[in-house]
Design a binder for this molecule. Structure first.
Ligand code: HEC
Ligand code: HEC
Ligand code: HEC
Length: 424
């Protein structure tokens, strides 16, 4: 009796679980797929795709834009982005609008299988119907490219897509972001873009052991693809805090006067993605982000920078260290700034996040590989210093840290070893 009751309960539970996990395949229906979009919609979608960085993640070779196949190495193995051109066999050519919207908001593909959160649907859920329609219209207007992305190489059990159901249960809330009535329309627009399409916290927030963003640590900074995406919340490492003006300059041009330069993955966000965004959207994001950090610029950025640079100069010891020698011979010609003129030359290193952050990756990487013409300020380059020995780079890092009034980093040699491997 007890046994058959247990079996019945188990059967009911299993049935319930299957029902909960099961997602209906949304087959192509001709009338849905036939594009009824306007040219305005397509153009609007092109801009949105830029802000969402769709091409960056969905392009493995430049001659096949949006055809997917880019690898995403994770702690659980490697997965590959999908082909999102309108090719009917290998892309999303026979996806209905409904299927597309479900993928963007719920992380479920047209065939009903669960998608991995390396695809930032956890952010795209915030996108409005109107904007999703425009994105759909734009993607469907692209040249179809036949290309099957490589098979994922995920370890068991992470290769089982249906387990993402459990991940979603634990870490995903499909409620879209609500506007804050206390804030201005501009601020809300900025929040909509940053938290939705822009998926800024996908890189700027630390993640837990299951790869989910820590909600209580939003914008607290994280290491992604061996670049450090600095904190933008109140714990931001830059001594002259970000404000609307500096954020606008950074997101529009790739660098701000005192805080940072957009290199590495942020270089792509700025120069490939946000490049197409209208000025008012960049201003809106700056207005939103500026409220995350608690601005400290009392009396103007320039005065504050001047005082900090003066303090940095005073911190330099009377006996020249090896690190200082290297700084003077290799870096100062471009990076030395006098307090009277705090932004005369290139980034002042005692104020730059690459030096002041707790993680040394950005300084070490920039020293090893320099800054390319398509990073930071377009067309301006910094030479690479990969020929320096590890000891020299470590001495230089120690000098720059102490000049900026920060404690030495403990893991420079280890990080250098990893980063040099990336160069090869
Ligand atoms: C951070 C990288 C990243 C960004 C940015 C990104 N995607 Fe993706 N996307 C992926 C990955 C990886 C997959 C594959 C996920 C999987 O296989 O579970 C994917 C899958 C998809 C799918 C499902 C396709 C299928 O055949 O299953 C769609 C649709 C999609 N992306 C659309 C977009 C759009 C539109 C944008 C821009 C607004 C975008 N993606 C931006 C990484 C990204
Ligand atoms: C693909 C990962 C990635 C995404 C997505 C991303 N960032 Fe970044 N971000 C970075 C990295 C890495 C840096 C560090 C660049 C450097 O200093 O070399 C950075 C730097 C920044 C900085 C300068 C911080 C400092 O102190 O130097 C700002 C501001 C910023 N990002 C804003 C944004 C905004 C706004 C978005 C969303 C529209 C965004 N980021 C999306 C990776 C990312
Ligand atoms: C020939 C001039 C030149 C020299 C020499 C030079 N730099 Fe640079 N540096 C640049 C330029 C240009 C940029 C990017 C500025 C921009 O895009 O606005 C830059 C940017 C940087 C950044 C900012 C990166 C970020 O992520 O925000 C760091 C850090 C840096 N340099 C460190 C160094 C160090 C350390 C040395 C000496 C080993 C050095 N630079 C030597 C020109 C130079």
């Amino acid at each position: 009796m007890v046994k058959s009751l247990t079996i019945t309960i188990l059967a009911i539970l299993t049935g319930w679980l299957c029902l909960a996990i099961w997602q209906t395949p949304l087959d192509a229906s001709e009338d849905n797929v036939t594009p009824t979009s306007t040219p305005e919609q397509v153009e609007h979608g092109r801009i949105l795709a830029g802000i969402g960085n769709c091409a960056t993640c969905h392009t493995a070779s430049l001659d096949k834009p949006y055809a997917g196949g880019l690898d995403f190495p994770t702690d659980f193995g490697t997965l590959y982005s999908a082909n999102i051109t309108p090719d009917k066999e290998t892309g999303i050519g026979d996806w209905s609008r409904e299927a597309f919207i479900r993928a963007m908001r719920k992380g479920v593909a047209a065939d009903g299988s669960y998608l991995y959160p390396a695809f930032p649907y956890t952010h795209f859920k915030n996108i409005t119907d109107e904007d999703l329609d425009a994105l759909y219209a734009y993607l469907m207007s692209l040249e179809p490219i036949a290309q099957e992305p490589p098979e994922n190489e995920l370890r068991f059990p992470f290769n089982l897509r249906f387990l993402q159901w459990g991940w979603q249960l634990l870490f995903f809330d499909d409620e879209p972001l609500q506007p804050d009535p206390e804030r201005s329309a501009e601020w809300n627009r900025g929040a909509y873009l940053a938290e939705g399409l822009g998926h800024c916290t996908a890189c700027h927030s630390p993640r837990n052991a299951f790869g989910a963003e820590k909600k209580d640590k939003a914008y607290a900074g994280a290491l992604v693809d061996n670049w450090y995406a600095p904190a933008l919340d109140a714990s931001q490492p830059v001594p002259v805090h970000w404000d609307e003006k500096s954020l606008y300059a950074y997101l529009r041009t790739g660098q701000s006067d005192y805080q940072g330069t957009a290199v590495g993955s942020m270089g792509e966000v700025v120069h490939k993605g946000l490049k197409v965004a209208p000025d008012k959207d960049i201003r809106a994001m700056a207005a939103y982000l500026a409220t995350l950090g608690g601005q400290s610029t009392v009396g103007g950025e320039k005065n504050e920078a001047a005082k900090l640079i003066e303090a940095a100069h005073q911190r330099v010891a009377t006996n020249r260290s090896r690190g200082e020698e290297l700084y003077i011979s290799a870096c100062a010609a471009c990076h030395f700034n006098a307090p009277e003129n705090p932004r005369a030359l290139r980034a002042e290193l005692s104020l730059n996040s690459a030096v002041t952050a707790d993680d040394p990756s950005n300084l070490l990487r920039v020293t090893l590989q320099g800054v390319a013409a398509n990073e930071g300020t377009p067309g301006i380059v910094m030479p690479a210093f990969a020929t320096f020995s590890d000891d020299d780079i470590a001495n230089l890092a120690e000098f720059l840290r102490s000049r900026a009034g920060r404690p030495p980093w403990s893991d420079v040699h280890e990080r250098l070893k990893d980063l040099r491997q990336l160069q090869n």
